[in-house]
Design a protein around this ligand. Structure first.
Ligand code: V47
Length: 382
């Protein structure tokens, strides 16, 4: 019963696995969203975060064969396989130095043929170009692969990368932890336990991380709740997770192309339930690339307090059929947030405030401005 869950939330009690299932299967998503919104406002008020970031995938060559992936190519030299030279990768930042990003978020395929020094030089080179750039690079799955492939412990891999310039880890590679699903969609990369252990080790070393969940394919609500509660248990232990990002599955060009993509309602429900179950994770991101800017905007009233960033250059979702734009300007992000009646806050990767934008003119007057503009257009046309 939703009322029982609501009472628990009012009393500040932690929600259970069964409560998670009630929330996922409750027919009225608006009621679930209202509960998540209460928690979100308790934590962050109207503040809604975004940053200036840039995505980069330096190689799509990958020894893993995840069923949902439309991006990876098995071998160097096969059609579409691409690995940037270090100079090509660095140029992506050099050409943006007149309006530089504050963060570079790098996710790659698991390439079997590159030396470890490639990754160290990659990081060091970006820091040479812009010493204060934040390098949020390599998922836990990549860190696990590096440890196996180059014969190091997780600590050694993370320490060497940190010395080269690594600042934090992104949340990719989590997919769905439950083995019933994971063995079918990602059987040949880090297991759930290995993914969580990399995060645990990173947190122990003082490296913050994010976490994700890829939803809307063959998983059930049970699997989603199991996934969220495993992350909550890790966070109880380490407190090193900064943000959780639910990732909506995109079906084009991959091994699950016959499945329909999750709907907007499912995206909103998943954001809301994530906010309610992950009571110890500070931020829930509505990643606009995965859910479209339009749905991400609505998610800001369903539990999300972050909309990710300007991005420029995303390719994983593009390959999987996303029709979201390639990047968004700061102005567009600010407007999306203001029109959701929230206060836009530009942040750095650790959620320090870079700039707080004004609250929009109250929604009512924003609507009046819109209406006045519409009248002008009408007059021009008549
Ligand atoms: O790990 C791959 C997912 C992830 C598909 O940490 C797919 O701030 C949907 O992790 N449909 C990479 N999803 C992106 C990611 C991320 C994004 C934004 C912010 C952060 C952060 C992390 O994309 C992969 C995988 O789980 N993915 N293919 C697909 N067809």
């Amino acid at each position: 019963m939703l009322e029982t869950v609501a009472n628990k939330l009012r009393a500040g009690e932690r929600l259970s696995h069964e409560d998670g299932l009630v929330l996922f299967s409750h027919p009225d998503v608006v009621e679930v969203g209202k509960l998540a919104n209460l928690v979100r406002e308790r934590l962050h008020g109207d503040r809604t975060y975004f940053n200036r970031n840039m995505r980069l995938e330096v190689t799509n060559v990958c020894v893993a064969s995840c069923l949902f992936c439309s991006f990876a190519k098995l071998e160097e030299g096969s059609p579409g396989a691409r690995t940037m030279t270090l100079e090509e990768a660095w140029r992506e930042l050099q050409v943006r130095m007149d309006d530089p990003p504050a963060e570079i978020h790098i996710v790659n395929g698991l390439h079997p043929g590159l030396p470890f020094s490639y990754y160290e030089e990659l990081l060091a080179g970006f820091k040479r170009i812009k010493p204060d750039i934040h390098m949020k690079c390599f998922t836990a799955v990549e860190i696990h692969f590096f440890a196996r492939h180059y014969g190091m412990t997780y600590v050694e891999v993370l320490e060497r990368l940190r010395r080269a310039g690594l600042d934090s880890l992104p949340g990719g590679g989590a997919e769905i932890f439950h083995p019933e699903v994971r063995t079918r969609i990602s059987h040949d990369k880090a297991t759930a336990e290995e993914y969580l252990e990399v995060h645990r080790v990173a947190h122990r070393l003082g490296i913050r991380t994010n976490a994700t969940m890829l939803y809307g394919h063959i998983e059930t609500f049970e699997h989603r709740v199991d996934h969220l509660l495993r992350l909550r248990a890790l966070q109880d232990e380490t407190k090193g997770l900064q943000a959780f990002i639910p990732l909506a599955f995109h079906p084009d060009g991959n091994g699950m192309k016959n499945l329909p993509a999750p709907t907007a309602i499912d995206a909103l429900r998943t954001v809301a339930v994530s906010r309610l179950l992950l009571d110890n994770v500070p931020h829930i991101k509505a990643y606009w690339v995965s859910m479209t800017p339009e749905v991400a905007q609505i998610a800001l009233r369903f539990g999300a307090d972050d909309i990710d960033g300007t991005i420029v250059h995303e390719t994983i979702y593009r390959a999987a059929g996303s029709r979201s734009p390639d990047g968004l300007t700061v102005e567009r992000l600010v407007r999306l947030i203001q029109e959701a009646a929230r206060v836009p806050v530009e942040r750095d990767t650790f959620y320090n405030v870079v700039r707080e934008h004004p609250r929009a003119a109250v929604p009512e007057s924003a609507l009046k401005v819109r209406d006045r503009n519409a009248r002008k257009h009408l007059e021009v046309l008549s």
